[in-house]
Ligand binder design. Structure first.
Ligand code: ZN
Length: 283
C-alpha cells in the first residue's frame, strides 16, 4: 500500500500525516522525480513499508504539487454519469466521449485556479493513473496497468468549450490551472472496492461551501477497466498517463451559477482525500 505525493517537486511517500522523501528511502536519487516513481509503482509498496519505520516530516498541504506533474497524455471522458448527461441535455454516448486536457493545465491540490471568464465551472472526477503502459489491454487485465487513483477537477470554461458546431471541448478545459489533481496517488489495494468510490464537490467562500456534487463511481457508464481497454485500443498508454473519468451531476452550468473571484472549490473522495482550490481573477 502506498500514497505517493509531490512535495516541492520531489516524490514522497505519505504515511499518516507525515511524509518520507522517496529517493532517500530508496537510496536512489532517480526516484526523486514523481514521473520516474510512477513508472516503478510496483516497488513503492516495499518502499512505503520501509519508510513506515522512520519518523518522517509533517505534510504541509501548501507544499504539495500535482502528484503526476508531467504525463504524456491526459484523457478526459465526458458524460460518463447518466444524470450528468441528462442535466447537460445530451444523449448517452455509444462509446466513451473522449477529449484531452493538455498536461500544462495540471496543478496541485491547493493551487489557485485563475478564472478565464464568467462561465467557469467545476467538475469533480476520479482520475486514473496508468502505471504500466501497453496497447490493446484487455478489460480483464486493465486494473493491473493502473498505478493508482487520484482526485481531479476538470475545470471548464463553458463558453470556450461549447463554441462552434460541433464543439471542441479540449481548449476550454485546458487553460493553465484548470487541472488540479491530488492530494495523493493512492494504490489500488487501499480501496475496499476501486469501482465504487464516493466523491463530492463544494463551492463557496472561505467560511464554508455549498455541496454541489455528490456521486459514486459505481454509477460510471464506462467504468475504469472499460476506459483503459478502450483508450489502449487506439493509443499506446504510457506510465503516468491520466484518465479523468467524468463528473457526476451538479455542475454549475445546470444551475446557472459559475465560479467567482475569491470562491473556493473543495473536492473530496473516499480514501483519496480532499483538495481546496481558490478561484482568482488574473492579476
Ligand atoms: Zn469532466
Amino acid at each position: 500500500m502506498f500514497r505517493l505525493i509531490n512535495v516541492d517537486g520531489r516524490a514522497a511517500l505519505q504515511i499518516g500525516d507525515r511524509y518520507h522523501d522517496l529517493a532517500s528511502v530508496a537510496g536512489d536519487e532517480r526516484l526523486a522525480d514523481p514521473m520516474a516513481a510512477i513508472g516503478r509503482f510496483d516497488e513503492l509498496h516495499e518502499f512505503a513499508e520501509r519508510a513506515s519505520a522512520a519518523a518522517g516530516e509533517p505534510v504541509d498541504a501548501d507544499r504539495l504539487g500535482p502528484c503526476v506533474p508531467s504525463p504524456a497524455k491526459v484523457f478526459a471522458i465526458g458524460l460518463n454519469y447518466g444524470r450528468h448527461a441528462a442535466e447537460s441535455n445530451m444523449q448517452l454516448p455509444p462509446a466513451p466521449l473522449t477529449f484531452t486536457k493538455f498536461p500544462s493545465c495540471l496543478v496541485g491540490p491547493t493551487a489557485d485556479v485563475v478564472l478565464s471568464g464568467d462561465t467557469v465551472d467545476w467538475e469533480v472526477e476520479l482520475v486514473v493513473v496508468i502505471g504500466r503502459g501497453g496497447r490493446h489491454i484487455a478489460e480483464a487485465d486493465a486494473w493491473s496497468h493502473v498505478a493508482g487513483l487520484t482526485l481531479g477537477q476538470d475545470i471548464s470554461d463553458r463558453t470556450v468549450q461549447l463554441t462552434g458546431a460541433p464543439p471542441q471541448f479540449s481548449l476550454g478545459k485546458s487553460f493553465d490551472t484548470y487541472g488540479p489533481i491530488g492530494p495523493a496517488l493512492v494504490s489500488i489495494d487501499q480501496f475496499p472496492d476501486p469501482d465504487d468510490i464516493g466523491l463530492w464537490c463544494e463551492v463557496g467562500d472561505a467560511a464554508g461551501g455549498e455541496r454541489m456534487q455528490d456521486g459514486r463511481t459505481n454509477d460510471l457508464i464506462f467504468p475504469v477497466a472499460n476506459l483503459v481497454s478502450y483508450l489502449s485500443s487506439i493509443c499506446t498508454l504510457e506510465p503516468g498517463d491520466l484518465v479523468f473519468t467524468g463528473t457526476p451531476d451538479g455542475v454549475g452550468a445546470a444551475r446557472g451559477r459559475f465560479l467567482r473571484d475569491g470562491e473556493f472549490v473543495t473536492s473530496g473522495a473516499e480514501v483519496i482525500g480532499t483538495m481546496r482550490n481558490r478561484c482568482v481573477t488574473p492579476a
